[in-house]
Design a protein around this ligand. Structure first.
Ligand code: PSV
Ligand code: MN
Length: 392
């Protein structure tokens, strides 16, 4: 029988968590932003911050990039991104097309009734696939913000057709090793109907698009009380769970630190993935948070540490014993077996894993002691102050 430390160590060796470039920049809510002097002001800052988080946690070798924000010149920026990859030892991760910010997308992007706008959106998707290919990124992660605000104002059915056409065209452009991740969200920015509102719609769209299309589960994108781990089990069973966007939520898509509201939910999700025997990397774990109040660097380190601890706890579930108890319908014993792992204090084992890998025992304390945040604050304050004045 393995010791607790060995099980935790083996589990953490397999856990990779992608950082979002936009999580280091000044972003906020639609009601405003509280600007941070240390926020990233350019793509290089984002690579630098990601490298720091990786050095502290040992789990984050890739950075998710958003095309509109990180490639202002489109594919022409690939060369400078490659230079940054080498300079900071961080690889480009998922490539995220942006189908939600241009004025042309007021009535939708790939579901817009205007064929010229749909064409523009598909061209952007195809360019995103080319960028991903150039950077050897496996995943193109797609969130479609399309929808409508008033009943009867759009044909839901025709918009499905247009969406299928766009996704098929994007899928056809993928290289054999690439994947197209389809993210769903039940609300915001559309209030009446959202074109990809839930995992069922995302799953059907993925099936229609082709074998390299899979579903992306953003933990913030569900109605209250929805059982996310059950969705995860179904997607795993269908071979369609592409990955996650990690955050937490109290009401809506709140962009909170992972597990800050409900760590038990994250544990249950990890348990189902480990129970299904998913191979490392098959399910992409990505963070999708833009902190408005917490320091961005600290919040990111905190989320990675929370993910590591909850993953470690899920790895401690005695799955053979649990299966036996489930088969015998020994409800109390089964639940206690499950809870025993959840309530285990894995922090000593996680610290041991860090020491074994030459990492700081306490990444958050190490970040504070490093002076990194103070350094970037003084380097970036002027540029961020200029950003403030543009709002005046
Ligand atoms: C939308 O709320 C979302 O979850 C999508 O993943 C976007 O790409 C991301 O947030 C950043 O706006
Ligand atoms: Mn997301």
């Amino acid at each position: 029988m393995d010791t607790r430390n060995e099980r935790v160590s083996r589990a953490l060796d397999t856990l990779r968590i992608e950082l979002p470039s936009w999580g280091f920049a000044n972003t906020g809510t639609r009601f405003g932003k509280f600007l941070q002097a240390e926020a990233a002001t350019c793509v290089e800052d984002k690579f630098s911050d990601a490298a720091e988080v990786h050095a502290l946690t040992g789990a984050c070798p890739t950075l998710a990039l958003h095309v509109e924000w990180d490639f202002p010149n489109g594919i022409a920026d690939v060369g400078s991104i490659r230079t940054l990859e080498h300079k900071y030892g961080i690889r480009s991760g998922s490539i995220n097309p942006n189908l939600f910010e241009r004025q042309e997308y007021k009535y939708g992007s790939i579901c817009n009734p205007d064929p010229a706008v749909r064409r523009m959106a598909v061209d952007h998707l195809l360019e995103s696939v080319r960028i991903a290919r150039e950077l050897r990124s496996r995943d193109v992660s797609l969130w479609v913000a399309d929808g409508s605000n008033y009943p009867g104002t759009q044909s839901i059915a025709r918009r499905i057709e247009w969406m299928e056409e766009a996704l098929a065209a994007t899928h056809a452009a993928l290289d054999p090793g690439q994947r197209m991740l389809i993210e769903y969200k039940p609300f915001e920015p559309a209030f009446y109907h959202t074109d990809i509102a839930d995992w069922g719609m995302a799953l059907l769209l993925a099936r229609h698009a082709g074998p390299q299309a899979v579903v992306l589960v953003d933990t913030g994108h569900h109605y209250q009380a929805q059982n996310i781990e059950q969705i995860v089990v179904w997607l795993l069973r269908e071979g369609l769970l592409g990955g996650f966007h990690f955050n937490d939520r109290r009401y809506a898509d709140d962009d909170l630190t992972l597990g800050s509201i409900d760590p038990y939910q994250v544990f249950r999700i990890f348990h189902e993935i480990l129970s299904a025997g998913a191979k490392a990397g098959e399910v992409a774990y990505m963070i999708d948070q833009s902190h408005n109040l917490k320091g961005k660097m600290e919040a990111m380190v905190q989320t990675v540490c929370a993910a590591q601890e909850l993953f470690a706890r899920a790895a401690l579930v005695d799955r053979a014993e649990l299966a036996r108890l489930q088969d015998g319908c020994q409800l109390v014993e089964a639940e206690e077996c499950f809870r025993r792992a959840f309530f285990t204090d894995v922090r000593p084992a996680v610290r041991a894993w860090r020491v074994e890998h030459g990492l700081p025992e306490d990444p958050l304390a190490a970040l504070r002691a490093s002076g990194y945040v103070e350094r970037i604050r003084s380097q970036r304050a002027a540029a961020n102050a200029r950003a403030v004045s543009t709002y005046a």
